[in-house]
Design a protein around this ligand. Sequence first.
Ligand SMILES: NC(=O)C1=CN([C@@H]2O[C@H](COP(=O)(O)OP(=O)(O)OC[C@H]3O[C@@H](n4cnc5c(N)ncnc54)[C@H](OP(=O)(O)O)[C@@H]3O)[C@@H](O)[C@H]2O)C=CC1
Ligand SMILES: O=C(O)C1=N[C@H](C(=O)O)C[C@H](O)C1
Length: 227
Amino acid sequence: MLAAAQSQGVDVGASIDLGDSFPDALAKSDCVIDFTSHHFTTELLAEALKQKKGLVIGTTGHTNEELAAIKDASKSIPIVFASNFSVGVNTLFWLTRKAAELLGPDFDLEVVEMHHRLKKDSPSGTARTLVEILADVRNLQYDNDCRHGRFGDVGARTKGEIGVHAVRGGDVVGDHTVIFANVGERVELTHKASSRDTFANGAVRAARWLDGKPAGLYDMQDVLGLK
Ligand SMILES: NC(=O)C1=CN([C@@H]2O[C@H](COP(=O)(O)OP(=O)(O)OC[C@H]3O[C@@H](n4cnc5c(N)ncnc54)[C@H](OP(=O)(O)O)[C@@H]3O)[C@@H](O)[C@H]2O)C=CC1
Ligand SMILES: O=C(O)C1=N[C@H](C(=O)O)C[C@H](O)C1
């Protein structure tokens, strides 16, 4: 993260003393860039609200309650919340919506993601966002209509399901493929990240963009002007 910030001309000199606690560090900061665990989200929101600081949240794997708390906090502070900070994946989000609209309801929808062996949450936040985009186009819902993998005598695929499959191994930075499959043809949209710097650079860009923004819930598409 520090290297990425430096590459964007941000002063990350070793002389900056952020103190020994999160509240101390936050008091000396303009905003927080959060890539931790969703278990930290409640504490993060409480302190940011107390100190009226903006947030850039990249952490994934939140519960519905934590997602609701982020939305609620954004009524008081500006928050950029993005499952993926890369320019490529945000373009994939845009392309996925367009392809789903153009290909229409006859195409079966499946999302496959692969990440390094240390990743704790599944499916990835990016895969979840992709499914949410597809669900939005099809008038489906992530919680009800997303099928997480298949095992056993589950029967034939139904039209109203969107499959999502999480593969884990090695040091894979992050691969995502959206499959649109019909009888006789299929379209696949794939993004592969090869360096984590792409996420760090995007998060620093989001933090700069956030400066001076009013309270609200923003995403990386807002930062990149893709909306
Ligand atoms: N939106 C995006 O573009 C991206 C999002 N991510 C997401 O970011 C998150 C972190 O991923 P990754 O960096 O691989 O994970 P790591 O486990 O490598 O790092 C997480 C860091 O957060 C710290 N941390 C965890 N829990 C807490 C807590 N409760 N309080 C304070 N610090 C905590 C850990 O400290 P310690 O080691 O001491 O436990 C560690 O330094 C994941 O949800 C991941 O999906 C990742 C990359 C890109
Ligand atoms: O944990 C990771 O590594 C990543 N997490 C994010 C996600 O869950 O989508 C983004 C990226 O794919 C890397």
